[in-house]
Design a protein around this ligand. Sequence first.
Ligand code: NAP
Length: 243
Amino acid sequence: MRLLLLGGTAEARALADRLVAAGVAVMTSLAGRVADPRLPVGQVRIGGFGGIEGLRAALADYDAVVDATHPFATTMSANAAAACADAGVPLLRLERPGWSDRSRPSWHWVDSHADAARLAHRLGRRPVLTIGRQHLAEYLPVLSDAAVLARVVEAPSIAVPPGWSVIRDRGPYALAGELTLLREHRADVVVTKDSGGEYTWPKMLAAEELGVPVVIVRRPARPAGVRTVHDPAQALAWALTGD
Ligand code: NAP
């Protein structure tokens, strides 16, 4: 069994641990977005495949694929669904549960970053943006005059307005630190994606404790017809038995 694991998440690293322990030949694939990625155990390749066609060609080396990319990495997941269907290679989606079942009255769900920016502007003047760097540009037109604190893993590729501050950090985060961050910035609104999981959950608790509203971007739609599990143990069972 040669397994291609589309990674870049804590779940992918957890699954790589289990696969290697079980003797499965796993190749984790990372996009190469982060200069100093947390590397999983097992073999690792870094960089895009070159779209659906490139991935389709790469699948000749594998018997199965697990797509454990981030819930907002929609292009990679769509490419995996298309290439695996075309090549007849079994595909499993491993995805951490979202936060919708933990929703609080102070959370405001939106469908897009543009909506999130507009709502954040209505709700506060000192937003904390924890939506990553790729979508920061969508917040610029609306929040250029606000005292934004943007937390990102890698430095943004765009120039941010003078009133914004950018901090670089990477989870997992603890509640005490998240409380300090929001208090020191005097945050009056937090913007996040529904990334789900536990790594970044403490910011939601901190916002609740401080009475700060949260604008939360819903997850994008997933490719249809791909079997999905939420736990690395289930993904390991699938890899070993096909169930
Ligand atoms: P994306 O928009 O879905 O993918 C864009 C392109 O990046 C893909 O078409 C593919 O290039 C390449 N790519 C993405 N994931 C890859 C992987 N695991 N291995 C090889 N190539 C990959 O992806 P994204 O949202 O930029 O996320 C990039 C990576 O960061 C993902 O691996 C994801 O798990 C991780 N990540 C994303 C987020 C997020 O919020 N989006 C958060 C945390 C971690 P080709 O078409 O050339 O194959």
